[in-house]
Ligand binder design. Structure first.
Ligand SMILES: [Zn+2]
Length: 205
């Protein structure tokens, strides 16, 4: 698919993200498109409304795509998402054998396909996932920033552009705050221990 097509689908994901934002959810949206260019899955973040820790846009869009196609292997599909997938969603994307992931804004806190971790290229991944980041990046980033200014003024002091998307996860995923603070993912053997310690120390503050 060409750049124009990527932008067109990303705009749909941005529209979905906006729906989430209006519903007081962190604005993240995702769509899944099959090889013929048909929309087979579309969802926005529903974690708050469903009180579901797995209710991220990517997970919901993958489920819908699998239902639409009647199969869980989606190797001929492309997933578009406004924010770089977190570890949970990256894992699900790999499980689904998605052919290509296209995302908008990097997530410097929990991005798990490039920015913090690179799960698709890690030893734990059996699936070679193609990733294309930065499509309509400014729009996606701005959407998150604007939402955080409106809904999370207290956490806006986190500062830089990328951090506002990071505060998304911090604000809504307290247990991931510490996790996302780990910036040395390549020290894999030590990470589990750190992850086990840090959430408690931060959550109980
Ligand atoms: Zn996620």
């Amino acid at each position: 698919m060409n750049y124009e097509a990527h932008c067109r689908w990303m705009r749909q994901a941005i529209t979905l993200a906006n729906t989430a934002g209006v519903a007081k959810e962190v604005p993240v949206g995702a769509v899944v498109v099959d090889a013929q260019g048909n929309l087979v899955g579309a969802a926005e973040n529903r974690r708050e409304r469903d009180q579901d820790p797995t209710g991220h846009a990517e997970i919901l869009a993958l489920r819908q795509a699998a239902q639409t196609l009647g199969r869980w292997q989606l190797q001929d599909c492309t997933l578009y998402v406004t924010l770089e997938p977190c570890p949970m969603c990256s894992g699900a994307i790999i499980q689904a054998r998605i052919g290509l992931v296209v995302y908008g804004a990097d997530d410097p806190k929990t991005g798990a396909v490039r920015t913090v971790l690179n799960l698709p290229d890690s030893a734990a991944s059996f699936h070679r996932l193609k990733v294309l980041g930065g499509i309509l990046e400014a729009d996606c980033r701005q959407q998150l920033q604007t939402w955080f200014v409106q809904h999370r003024q207290g956490s806006a002091s986190q500062g830089s552009v990328g951090q506002s998307s990071a505060s998304q996860e911090s604000a809504n995923h307290p247990s991931q705050t510490a996790h996302s603070g780990i910036r040395t993912p390549r020290t894999a053997p030590r990470s589990p221990a750190k992850q086990a310690e840090n959430p408690q120390s931060q959550n109980q503050d």
